[in-house]
Ligand binder design. Structure first.
Ligand code: AMP
Length: 592
């Protein structure tokens, strides 16, 4: 029996959950109906920024608070929907005046500052493709992404530019404009850059949105695979239907809500739900410039009257470390719904939410390629701790396995493990991996998108995460491709071979551990010499990759296990590291 929760927030309005009856919601759902809830462009097209900003600015929500930005000291700067409309129009004009065209890629690399949000939405208005980059990336991940994505424009801050981008500039022939957000404006802009704020100020405030088609590219998000370069998952304007539907149904967002998504826009969650979804609903969103600090976070929840909060298991685990008593010191009468994404949310964390905040965390599941929430625990249904929940209305999910004939078998037996698959064709499904169509096509079989996650489904249709089907590492909610890290380790002149795995960590979920073997001519005779090298390699990796991606541990080995075809067996390294059975080692080099 679903609990028909009708809670009141501090303003005393009554709120009825958007999804009351799961089966009925599934039955009556259609993407056509979802489209009818949106506006569309006057010319018949569809544009994410129009749905997120302009349609509210044109009605009675013009003066409604859209974005409240908190600086280092917690001071607020407010932007109404009207303000956001004007500022994003200005930025779209900046791009148009520079000759930046529909389909050109506009990258954002900055901490969470208002200009990042203006860039994302203004670029969408111009019909350009917005691509966020994480500001903690080191030069190497930045170079590969800017280069694969053929960035034409980069919005960044002066200090990030000087430290990370300027040294790469010569290797980025497509990068024509760098727009700098600067604290000091008295000095000249560094060579080859323009002043973001000055351009914005002198641009016109009215803009006619490019008449984008639902299938026109809108967002590019890089994600990591097991092998090769990072993959650029390309999403289209039609994705806004899924942002709207999932915000309504999985996050229960209402226009009256104050919503806080703690993810950085450098990752897909921070764009889909940290920019687009709350605005599409017409809610107020909070953006905090700073990183995690439990007292700061609880203070934000209380002082900003956050009603819906979307965070991640790593953050929940960090809060758990500080204890529930600290959380309970903060009265949070407005808080009515809490959700989490990115990694498995342990049942203890769900229950800890109840102890600390009087509410459970609702786990949900999705990935860069899906563009939005696909599986969720819903407000009006009891949370099943440890489960990711049930598919969003409009989404068909299944557990599949490849049969002997290569055909896909949909597993109907409850509890049997297999690969999680989604019926292809939902609006926020990625449309390609940029310039890697073959890699994209490999993700689909018999009308299903194969997610690369192993899972099982119980008799009530709840999905349970089992693990990744590949070697990709999930650390603090971020996917890390071992290949990218290994390539950086190999840059050290003493390293002959490198392999990287994820090992369990109580807070980050997993941390990156690297194994290296040394070149035969390297002096590894003494313990001290090996230790010096090990530290040097660690330091190099941190410098090249940045702290979010670099290994936390490095172990020097004489040899790394490899298959007869020469591939390093990360799986075996992991089994050995964790003391697990080594599994099938028949292809191991040296085995008869
Ligand atoms: P990303 O593309 O970086 O968003 O990472 C997506 C991956 O994160 C998924 O394929 C899963 O492996 C993992 N993931 C996301 N949400 C969950 C969840 N609720 N439970 C377990 N794993 C998750």
């Amino acid at each position: 029996m679903p609990q028909q929760v009708i809670r009141k927030n501090s303003d005393d309005w009554e709120l009825i959950p958007n999804l009351l009856d799961y089966d009925a919601a599934r039955e009556h759902f259609s993407w056509e109906h979802e489209l009818e809830m949106l506006d569309g462009l006057p010319g018949g097209g569809l544009n994410i920024a129009h749905e997120a900003v302009d349609r509210h600015a044109a009605d009675e929500r013009h003066n409604h608070l859209a974005l409240r930005w908190l600086d280092r000291n917690g001071r607020a700067t407010d932007f109404t929907y009207g303000d956001l409309c004007a500022l994003t129009n200005r930025f779209a004009n900046v791009l148009r005046d520079l000759g930046v065209a529909k389909g050109d890629r506009v990258f954002g690399l900055s901490e969470r500052v208002p200009e990042l949000y203006i860039t994302a939405l203004g670029a969408l208005k111009n019909g350009s493709v917005f691509c966020p980059l994480f500001s903690a990336f080191g030069p190497e991940p930045l170079r590969s992404r800017l280069s694969i994505g053929e960035a034409r424009v980069l919005m960044t801050t002066e200090s990030l530019y000087q430290r990370k981008v300027a040294p790469l500039r010569d290797s980025l022939p497509h990068l024509q404009y760098v727009l700098l957000v600067r604290d000091k404006t008295d000095a000249e802009c560094p060579h080859g850059t323009l002043d973001f704020r000055a351009l914005l100020q002198s641009a016109a405030e009215s803009f006619t949105i490019e008449n984008t088609d639902p299938e026109d590219p809108a967002l590019l998000h890089f994600t990591s695979g097991t092998t090769g370069k990072p993959k650029g998952a390309l999403h289209v304007h039609e994705a806004v239907l899924a942002h709207h539907a999932s915000a309504r149904l999985a996050l229960d967002l209402h226009p009256q809500d104050v919503f806080w998504c703690t993810a950085d826009p450098g990752w897909v969650t921070g764009t889909s739900y940290g920019i687009i979804a709350p605005l599409v609903i017409g809610a107020t969103m909070i953006v905090d410039r700073e990183e995690f600090d439990p007292e700061r976070w609880y203070g934000i929840l209380r002082d900003q009257h956050v009603s819906v909060w979307y965070t991640a298991p790593t953050a929940v685990r960090m809060m758990m470390k500080h204890g529930s008593a600290l959380a309970r010191q903060f009265e949070l009468p407005a808080l009515r719904f809490m959700a989490s994404v990115g990694e498995p949310l342990n049942p203890e964390a769900v229950r800890w939410g109840e102890e600390a905040f009087g509410l459970p965390f609702h786990d949900n599941w999705w990935q860069t390629e899906t563009g939005g929430i696909m599986i969720a625990n819903y407000l009006s249904q009891p949370v099943r701790p440890g489960s990711m929940g049930r598919p969003l209305p409009g989404i068909e999910a299944a557990i599949v396995s490849a049969g002997d004939d290569g055909k896909l078998e949909v597993i109907t037996e409850a509890g049997r493990e297999g690969e999680l698959a989604l019926k292809r064709g939902w609006p926020s499904m990625f449309r390609t991996y940029l310039y890697e169509e073959a890699r994209y096509q490999k993700c689909f079989r018999d009308g299903w998108y194969l997610t690369g996650d192993l899972a099982r489904c119980d008799e009530d249709g709840y999905f349970w995460f089992v693990g990744r089907a590949d070697d990709v590492i999930k650390s603090s909610g971020h996917l890390i491709g071992p290949f990218e890290v290994e390539s950086a380790l190999m840059e050290h002149p003493a390293v002959a071979e490198a392999a990287v795995i994820g090992i369990p960590d109580p807070v980050a979920g997993e941390i990156v551990k690297g194994f290296v073997s040394l070149r035969p001519d390297v002096d590894a005779t003494s313990k001290a010499a090996v230790e010096t090298l090990r530290r040097e390699i660690l330091a190099l990796a941190r410098k090249r990759l940045g702290p979010a991606v670099a290994p936390r541990q490095i172990q020097v080995e004489n040899d790394l296990p490899r298959t007869r075809s020469g591939k390093i067996m990360r799986r075996l390294l992991k089994a050995r590291e964790l003391g697990l059975p080594e599994g099938d080692t028949s292809t191991l080099e040296g085995k008869e």
